[in-house]
Design a protein around this ligand. Structure first.
Ligand code: MBD
Ligand code: FE
Length: 287
């Protein structure tokens, strides 16, 4: 088929409207179909290939992995890059870099004032103490900000999705104190890997790719009058820190990690095994 015939065909499909449409939805669907027809034609996609792709999408949905493939294909990071660009153009940039939410947030975690313990004491991974402040772009503390934090356990699994963990394990909302401070005790996360037999890993393998993320901790940081920040920090020592299948690692999101083994340090922190510390401030631009 030539390009004209394909365009005429796409117009015919688009022209079958018999009542009011949602114009935005219609414009997007029309465009997707035109691009799909062109792709099928130019790449000579066979019916077998096409139906195999349909089965794949069905399997992706049934396995609840749409939200996993989207970051894996770089699409979620692409949305971040566009958001950054829009904010730069509007002169609303600055602050801690945003990065993808991913598919594993769960609303409704317990709310704590100033500090929290995130783990339920069943994980024997390295103890982690993290602290810092929420600041505005002038460096003033933001008191009463909400720091929502969630991360994987030492096996790389998230509570709720991993039913062997207690409810809201490694998930809390911490409200900053008068100096804008938050702090928590938890367990050092391990990196996440896509389910090895799931559809996301299946496609990644066809693309010659791995499905690993470096160890990371997610945050939503919000306060009235400020732009809500969705971000993550990455754990510096992780071999995948610059090789994330979800493309979420960014400069400014890889804090130093200190590992403490000295008995005096353990005693001072009231723990009986080695621990790590991370300090990280979040900077929120005004809304
Ligand atoms: C994760 O933990 C994650 O953060 C993303 C983006 C994708 C898969 C698992
Ligand atoms: Fe994650």
């Amino acid at each position: 088929m030539n390009k004209n015939q394909i365009q005429e065909f796409a117009k015919r499909i688009s022209g079958t409207q018999i009542g009011p449409a949602n114009e935005r939805v219609k414009a997007i669907v029309d465009r997707i179909l035109l691009d799909l027809f062109v792709l099928i034609d130019e790449m000579d996609v066979t019916p077998e290939e096409f139906w195999s792709a349909c089965s794949y999408v069905t399997e992706l949905g049934k396995s609840n992995e749409v939200g996993l493939l989207v970051p894996g294909l770089g699409v979620e990071h692409f949305l971040d890059l566009r958001q950054d660009e829009k904010e730069r153009a509007a002169g609303m940039d600055g602050g801690t870099p945003r990065t993808i939410e991913g598919p594993l947030y769960v609303a409704g975690a317990p709310v704590c004032q100033g500090e929290a313990r995130l783990d339920d004491d069943t994980d024997d991974g390295e103890i982690l103490f993290m602290d810092g402040r929420v600041l505005d772009t002038r460096g003033n503390p933001v008191a009463g900000a909400q720091v929502e934090v969630w991360h994987a356990n030492s096996r790389g699994n998230y509570s709720y999705f991993d039913q062997s963990q207690s409810a809201f394990n490694l998930r809390r909302t911490i409200v900053t104190d008068a100096e804008g401070r938050y702090r928590f005790r938890s367990i050092m996360p391990s990196g996440y890997s896509c389910p090895p037999n799931g559809p996301t890993q299946k496609l990644l393998t066809l693309l010659g790719r791995h499905g690993h993320r470096p160890a990371h901790i997610h945050f939503f940081v919000s306060a009235p009058g400020y732009r809500t920040l969705t971000t993550q920090i990455n754990i510096k020592d992780d071999p995948y820190v610059h090789d994330d299948f979800a493309f979420a690692t960014r400069d400014g999101l890889i804090p130093e990690v200190e590992h403490h083994t000295d008995p005096t340090a353990l005693h001072d922190m009231g723990v009986n095994r080695p621990f790590a510390t991370i300090t990280f401030d979040f900077v929120l631009p005004s809304a």
